[in-house]
Design a protein around this ligand. Structure first.
Ligand code: ZN
Length: 271
């Protein structure tokens, strides 16, 4: 009897491989689930595939085949990532998300999907095209914009501070101030199109706005002179202006802003 049981254990089939658990273990936290739900089914499947570690291309392939992608997430599993405070575990609220796409869904394999680390603008375009710019995490965006000056030294960070103009507290600083003597070359943070080059009546002085597409813009303020005109295409690292102290400024420096869908965000999350 013992031999028989022992042999069965030795040659018996292994238990089912924990495929779903492996997928679940690799899944990053996903704070944009609700936003994604409002998107179309094709976008959902590619986003979900990318977020779940299956890989976007695999998700696209499944969508193209008209298959329904069903991912089973164990309600309780020792390998589930622990949700951060304030977050709900994905498995608890969406045990079996079922998302599908039409077999005839148009798939665009743009060139931007094939990039290398040596192509920073391609990397940025890929990031911006892969998901809504508002849902991009700081971990993903960090390093995707180039420095607007050859040497970056922060003079005043983004966020709430004591106003250097009024001395009042609770001043919200909409950009990052970098040390720059007047006349220092100001560089485009990425390729894009100049959408504004003129006087900013709300304190920016001479200001340039570069649109990088997909809701991402950078602005360069207090400039002494412009090297570009509205409508001009600029490349990453191109000198777009010289720094100055025009507008609401207490001295020569560069006030650099990053805007996502028209809202300023911490530039250091992108540099
Ligand atoms: Zn500033």
């Amino acid at each position: 009897m013992q031999n028989s049981r022992g042999r069965r254990r030795a040659v018996g089939p292994p238990s089912a491989p924990p495929v779903a658990e492996v997928v679940a273990a690799d899944r990053p936290r996903d704070p944009q689930r609700d936003a994604r739900r409002r998107r179309g089914p094709f976008r959902q499947i590619t986003d979900f595939a990318a977020a779940s570690g299956i890989g976007q291309k695999a998700g696209v392939a499944l969508a193209a085949a008209g298959l329904v992608l069903t991912v089973t997430v164990p309600a309780t599993g020792s390998v589930m990532a622990t949700p951060l405070p304030g977050q709900t575990a994905l498995a608890a609220s969406v045990a079996q998300p079922e998302i599908s796409a039409e077999a005839a869904a148009k798939i665009d394999f743009s060139r931007s999907s094939v990039v290398t680390l040596g192509d920073p603008d391609g990397k940025l375009k890929q990031l911006l095209s892969a998901q809504s710019v508002g849902s991009i995490t700081r971990a993903a965006s960090a390093g995707t914009l180039g420095a607007p000056l050859a040497h970056l030294v922060t003079a005043s960070p983004f966020g709430y501070r004591v106003s250097p103009i009024t001395g009042g507290s609770g001043d919200f600083h909409r950009g990052q101030d970098f040390v720059a003597q007047c006349g220092t070359s100001v560089l485009a943070a990425a390729s894009g199109t100049v959408t504004f080059a003129g006087w900013h009546q709300f304190g920016g002085g001479n200001r340039i706005v570069v649109d990088h597409g997909n809701g991402l813009e950078t602005t360069y303020n207090h400039l002494s002179s412009f090297n570009v005109k509205v409508g001009q295409t600029v490349s990453r690292g191109e000198v777009v202006a010289l720094s100055g102290t025009t507008g609401a400024s207490t001295g020569c420096h560069l006030h650099f802003e990053v805007q996502v869908n028209g809202e300023v965000v911490d530039p250091m999350g992108w540099l």
